[in-house]
Write a protein that binds this ligand. Structure first.
Ligand code: FAD
Ligand code: NAI
Length: 466
């Protein structure tokens, strides 16, 4: 078979790229080694984690907060098997949806491992070892990422788990030790804490969520600690010893010092992800990678080999599903002769805990480092009418605007529904809005979005409700 485009990997980057290419008239095929489409995100990432976050939040609400609302349901009982089935329903619905969309757009789907045999040639190796060759004008590599391993620590997905195992636990661990206070550690740590686990988070750095705004990180950590999560920052793990039941985690201060042992029933290793290119045959064609193993591309997603492109987690930039999707659309449009483009300055980043954390654009630390003058407007949810009515007053909105032009440079939110709230400011930033533009836009009352308007007013020191 001969194609205009073969996409290897059907995660959010790959399947979206294939659909957009087909829409633009390219004869397109995808190759996927997993039994279902949707990649990490739909199978073992975004979707199952959000289903468990949703269900565990409902459990905690019923357990701790319903009575405050005057609803007496007694003590709710957890049926973890059913909760896991609920999660799987969400995953299946989504992966089947992708299968349907590929068919609807007449994208040929091959099941098997894709290996680049040369420019314009992709070999599909099926599970039983059989193989056949496909020919194509262009190849897009969208093979995603894999878990970063901790040297000397074996992930068995039972006692020592990655995010994949942490999404599948059949029992609530009494003691969960999380290594890494990044997005996965805090999201999945929240899930199991809500369901009854004692959660201790060990982080090498002196803060949670490195890369996010420092003030956001500090306040968020305080909120999670209030919820019962225990943090050991500036701490390194020197060993994990698995016993018949559970494990012992040995830690010591990052700068060196006395070692301490922490007992755990389950240990979650969540120290980041690495690009995945195993068995892809990059060496056959000489596709260049960088020091972190990421495929190197130019601004048009082209690798150093003519006709081979790459997108998503396997290249540089934030490892986020929506970033991979937008790159998928951009490269398809470029291949069809259009001007595909992604604005990397406006990629929202959301942590789906309670409260949520959401940010877009520059942090205060980045602006200071780059010597960019800025004004900050902050508004707490304690002063927002809807948050007060809902009893969700933790957190704040912070808007950073250029000192001279008032253009919005970054927005950082900790608060209920922050992940939805951030969309408004992402659109505003795409249109190069000033804080004044947001401040003068009428926001419905009573909504949490009014906190954004007030933060925009606060940039110019004229917030009304504080
Ligand atoms: P992937 O989704 O990793 O897809 C790559 C696909 O390629 C896989 O299906 C793989 O089987 C296939 N593949 C690899 N090699 C080959 C080969 N040689 N031949 C054939 N197929 C191959 N991001 C968010 O934006 N929001 C979230 O809420 C979020 N939650 C997450 C939660 C967890 C627990 C994890 C682990 C990740 C989460 N992410 C989230 C990150 C998100 O999953 C990734 O950024 C996204 O999946 C990247 O998409 P991709 O298409 O680049 O790669
Ligand atoms: P991460 O990069 O977000 O966080 C890893 C954390 O581990 C960092 O705080 C780091 O300092 C720490 N760390 C690294 N080595 C360590 C060590 N040896 N000991 C102790 N701490 C150590 O990575 P994470 O949480 O694994 O997630 C991977 C990626 O998946 C994220 O970067 C994100 O791109 C994506 N993701 C996105 C989600 C979302 O958008 N809501 C949800 C989950 C994952």
């Amino acid at each position: 078979m001969s194609y205009d485009l073969i996409v290897i990997g059907t995660g959010p980057g790959g399947y979206v790229c294939a659909i957009r290419a087909a829409q633009l008239g390219l004869k397109t095929a995808v190759v996927e080694k997993r039994a279902t489409h949707g990649g990490t995100c739909l199978n073992v990432g975004c979707i199952p984690s959000k289903a468990l976050l949703h269900a565990s939040e409902a459990f905690e609400e019923a357990n701790k907060h319903f009575s405050e609302l005057g609803i007496d349901v007694g003590t709710p009982k957890l049926d973890l098997k059913k909760m896991q089935a609920f999660k799987q329903g969400g995953v299946d619905g989504n992966t089947k949806g992708v299968e349907f969309l590929l068919k609807k757009n007449k994208v040929d789907a091959y099941h098997g491992r894709g290996r680049i045999a040369g420019a314009g040639r992709v070999e599909v190796i099926s599970d039983d070892g059989g193989n056949h060759m496909l020919e194509t004008k262009s190849i897009v590599i969208a093979t995603g990422s894999d878990v970063t391993r901790l040297p000397g620590v074996t992930i068995d997905e039972k006692v020592v788990v990655s995010s994949t195992g942490a999404l599948e636990l059949a029992q609530v661990p009494k003691r969960l030790v999380v290594i890494g206070a990044g997005v996965i550690g805090l999201e999945l740590g929240s899930v199991w804490r809500r369901l009854g686990a004692e959660v201790t988070v060990i982080e090498y750095l002196d803060r949670v969520l490195p890369g996010m705004d420092g003030e956001v990180g500090k306040q968020f950590q305080r909120i999670l600690a209030k919820q019962g999560m225990v943090f050991k920052l500036s701490t390194k793990v020197t060993g994990v010893d698995v016993a018949k039941k559970g494990a012992t985690v040995t830690v010591e201060p990052a700068k060196g010092g006395e070692a301490e042992k922490i007992e755990a029933d389950v240990v979650l290793v969540a120290i980041g992800r690495v690009p995945y290119t195993e068995g892809l045959g990059l060496e056959n064609v000489g596709v260049a990678t960088d020091e972190k193993g990421r495929i190197q591309t130019d601004s048009h997603y082209a690798t150093n080999v003519t006709g081979i492109y790459a997108i998503g987690d396997v290249i540089s930039g934030p490892m986020l599903a929506h970033k991979a999707e937008d790159e998928g659309v951009a490269v398809a449009e470029i291949l069809a002769g259009q001007a595909g483009h992604v604005n990397y300055g406006v990629i929202p980043n959301v942590v789906y805990t309670f409260p949520e954390v959401a940010s877009v654009g520059r942090t205060e630390e980045e602006l200071k480092k780059d010597g960019i003058g800025y004004k900050a407007g902050k508004f707490p949810f304690t002063a927002n009418g809807r948050a007060k009515a809902n009893g969700t007053t933790d957190g704040f909105v912070k808007i950073l605007a250029d000192e001279k032009t008032d253009r919005v440079l970054g927005v950082h939110i900790v608060g209920a529904d922050a992940g939805n709230l951030i969309a408004e400011v992402a659109v505003a930033m795409e249109f190069a809005a000033s804080a004044e533009d947001i401040a003068r836009t009428c926001h419905a009352h009573p909504t949490l979005t009014e906190a954004i308007k007030e933060a925009a007013l606060a940039v110019d020191k004229r917030a009304i409700h504080v």
